[in-house]
Each structure stands twice: as structure tokens, then as C-alpha cells.
Design a protein around this ligand. Structure first.
Ligand code: FES
Length: 158
């Protein structure tokens, strides 16, 4: 079902885990399949460059592979640049996803969007024009929440 690149990003996820001193966190869920993704960002407040980014995803192989890929693509970009990464960009970078799994790449994009919105709300108290919290955002700028996630780190450990 998955091409070898997707399998690699699922089996050897990049940037899995959490950032303890993250200054923005976004959490999104897909109510249909139940998959949940949490994105942690460490953003330079002045330059808006993403110095570090990690994810915790409870979900299917494609959700983990797309989280993994989007964090690689977004790292060291500015937030406005990272927000331009489309779900198609992520799916293409993975060499394609099965049609029934394309929504998984949307979840990854929305995770970044939710975390970016969280950053701007904390820094400025308002969202920049054109940015909203995604509809399926479950954090909504509320900051850190307690563990309900299986991080890929813990899943693959041992
Ligand atoms: S099956 Fe829903 S995110 Fe993958």
C-alpha cells in the first residue's frame, strides 16, 4: 500500500517527540479516523524562524510519515514560509500517498497551522491576517496539555 519512502519515514520518524520548552504547540484531530497530531515549535520570536520542531502523533502510518516529513520541511524556515507548505507538497515529498490516505497529509499541514496560530496568539494576542486556527484544532492556543499521546519514540523504543 505504501511506497518505500513512506515506510521509511514511518519506521524511522524524523523529529519525533516533544520539545519541553516549546513556545508554541498545535494539536489537531481528525474526528472521522480518530488520529491526533501534536506539533511542538521553538520559534525565534524576532525572526520567526523555526529553530526546532517535533511531533507526537497517535495515528496511522501515513499520519506519522507525513508529520515526520512536514517537520523536516518546516525546520529552519520562517513561520510564514512553513505555512506555505501544502499537504500536496508533503505527499509529493513522500513520493505519493494512496488516495484514501491523502487526508493524513492534511492533518500534518493543519498541525503546523495550529502551532503557528498558537505562537502568534501568545506573542501578539491576535492572529496575523489570513491565519486561523484550523477547524479541527483541539488546543486552540491553550498551551501545553497533558499526555494523551503515544509518541513515535515510545512506540518504536525496544
Ligand atoms: S487514517 Fe486518518 S490521519 Fe491517517
Amino acid at each position: 500500500m505504501y511506497n518505500p519512502k513512506v515506510v521509511d519515514y514511518f519506521m524511522n520518524p524524523r523529529n519525533a517527540g516533544r520539545i519541553e520548552d516549546a513556545n508554541a504547540i498545535g494539536e489537531v484531530g481528525n474526528p472521522t479516523c480518530g488520529d491526533v497530531m501534536k506539533i511542538y515549535l521553538k520559534v525565534d520570536p524576532k525572526t520567526e524562524v523555526i529553530d526546532d520542531i517535533k511531533f507526537e502523533t497517535f495515528g496511522c502510518a501515513a499520519a506519522i510519515a507525513t508529520s515526520s516529513m512536514i517537520t523536516e520541511m518546516a525546520k529552519e524556515k520562517t513561520l510564514p514560509e512553513a505555512l506555505k507548505i501544502s499537504n500536496k507538497d508533503v505527499a509529493d515529498a513522500l513520493g505519493g500517498l494512496p488516495a484514501v490516505k491523502l487526508h493524513c497529509s492534511l492533518l500534518a499541514k493543519e498541525g503546523i497551522q495550529a502551532a503557528a496560530a498558537d505562537f502568534y496568539m501568545k506573542r501578539d494576542g491576535v492572529l496575523p491576517e489570513g491565519l486561523t486556527f484550523p477547524e479541527n484544532c483541539t488546543s486552540n492556543g491553550g498551551g501545553a496539555e497533558e499526555e494523551r499521546f503515544v509518541s513515535e519514540d515510545s512506540r518504536s523504543a525496544e
